[in-house]
Design a protein around this ligand. Structure first.
Ligand code: EPZ
Length: 415
């Protein structure tokens, strides 16, 4: 499907389940090759990014099957260490195979991921850290060749708590004899989930989820089973759909401890939010209050991935709100599209000022994953019909977002 057609203004109600986290399952799929064994991953979301990563695993010589939400990976037959340019271009996050391949195969060859819709996506922190582990890195003609004759443990300090760099260091060092440490590590829950999976495979990793991670190398890893954590950004997106339609809905399969920053902002906007074990209840206010300032930060600060859906909700608020996007330089491509719906948003560099009002349906185009989800959230609350093209971006991170929303009463269809 390439377009959504949304007839806005309908109240939502009922309950919807949040699927497993894209940003946990992707590094877990890379980690699985370290076992040279069979791994099984439960609650694996059937996303286009997951399908692309399955293709990479198959090209490396693994056997991969995804049936319903159970992913089975057999990496006994792994024999390759290259990732093709076409697959790397599809998904820049495949850079986390660099650490896993060097660890498993002693070498890796993949093309530099380059930029994406969110702007320039450097990997300097990844490469600097891997070199500290004794990995030789050669970059030529846009390709990265890594070899590891003699890897050794290291005490690595990250200049910035990069999620991908933290994951690459862990994947590269998990079987290096001795102790590797990472200070100023990223603390995202998806990293903790990957480390939980690695420890089930026999790894010895302490401190995941904190800024200091200790990896004690083990001689080998074995297969394991794991259930992926819920996707906190999908949960945030569904919460914002309740806000724009002034509805009350129930979310199943959420982790309250992963949603603190998002819940805090939406409560400031007047939402009533309660948790009962792995369920959440959200009731939107009749009038959404504006917020003084939202600054995107590394976890546990306000997540950049939730910024666009929250911006969509703030378009319906009373008053003026300010967002500062500190993580990605091109996270504001959604602004001209929201303006087509009547949004009043001023942008100056990393700062966006949103003057709340109401929105009208329009023909808009998704330019990136979270922007596409945000346009859908905005269309639900807009008066009239919207047409959202570029749905392939949305399918990278949401399993049938249209079906999820239709389940709770939205008038949305794919064409
Ligand atoms: C992960 O990307 C996520 N992707 C992103 O989610 C998420 O937005 C991001 O973390 C921040 O939380 C996956 O996990 C697959 P970073 P990643 O390295 O690892 C700069 C989504 O929508 N940087 O923490 O690429 C970089 O330019 C996606 O699901 C360097 O300068 O994020 C950016 O400004 C989008 N040098 C900042 O750090 C480096 O070597 C954060 O990047 C690496 C990163």
């Amino acid at each position: 499907m390439e377009k959504y057609i949304v007839n806005g203004g309908k109240k939502l109600s009922g309950r919807v389940r949040v699927h497993g986290a894209k940003n946990a399952v992707l590094p877990i799929m890379a980690a699985s090759i370290l076992s040279g064994d069979k791994c099984r991953v439960f609650d694996c979301p059937k996303l286009s990014d997951v399908k692309n990563t399955m293709k990479i695993l198959e090209r490396l010589g693994c056997e991969v099957i995804l049936s319903d939400d159970i992913l089975e990976i057999d990496s006994q037959g792994i024999k390759a260490w290259e990732i093709s340019e076409e697959l790397m271009r599809e998904m820049r996050s495949s850079i986390i195979f660099l650490g896993a391949l060097v660890s498993k195969m002693g070498r890796a060859r993949l093309c530099a991921p380059g930029g994406c819709e969110l702007g320039n996506r450097p990997i300097d922190l990844h490469l600097k850290a891997l070199k500290q582990l004794g990995i030789e890195i050669r970059e030529e003609n846009g390709f990265i060749e890594a070899t590891a004759e003699r890897m050794h443990p290291a005490d690595i300090h990250l200049d910035f708590p990069s999620v991908g760099a933290t994951e690459n260091i862990i994947l590269a060092s998990v079987c290096i004899r001795g102790e590797t440490t990472v200070s100023n590590a990223a603390k995202e829950p998806e990293i903790t989930d990957m480390c939980d999976f690695l420890n089930k495979m026999g790894a010895d990793i302490e401190g995941a989820g904190t800024e200091f991670i200790r990896i004690k190398g083990v001689p080998h890893l074995h297969g394991a089973q794991h259930k992926v954590v819920p996707d906190r950004i999908v949960a945030a997106t569904l919460m914002c759909s309740a806000m724009t339609t002034k509805s009350e809905i129930e979310l199943l399969n959420v982790r309250s401890e992963h949603l603190g920053a998002i819940v805090s902002v939406l409560r400031d906007c007047g939402a009533k939010i309660e948790f009962f074990r792995d369920k959440m209840y959200i009731r939107a206010p009749e009038k959404i209050k504006s917020t003084d300032m939202i600054k995107t930060q590394v976890y546990p600060g306000f997540p950049t991935d939730a910024q666009s859906p929250v911006m969509a909700a703030l378009c319906f608020s009373q008053g003026t709100s300010v967002i500062v996007e500190n993580i990605f330089e091109s996270r504001y491509k959604i602004i001209p599209e929201l303006s087509k719906m009547g949004a009043d948003i001023l942008q100056d560099g990393r700062v966006a000022v949103i003057k709340g009002s109401s929105l009208c349906g329009a023909h808009v185009r998704a330019m990136d994953l979270r922007g596409g989800a945000a346009l859908t959230v905005a269309a639900l609350g807009a008066d009239g019909q919207s047409e959202i093209s570029g749905v392939h971006y949305i399918e990278r991170g949401y399993v049938q977002l249209d079906n999820m929303l239709r389940e709770i009463g939205a008038d949305i269809k794919s064409i």
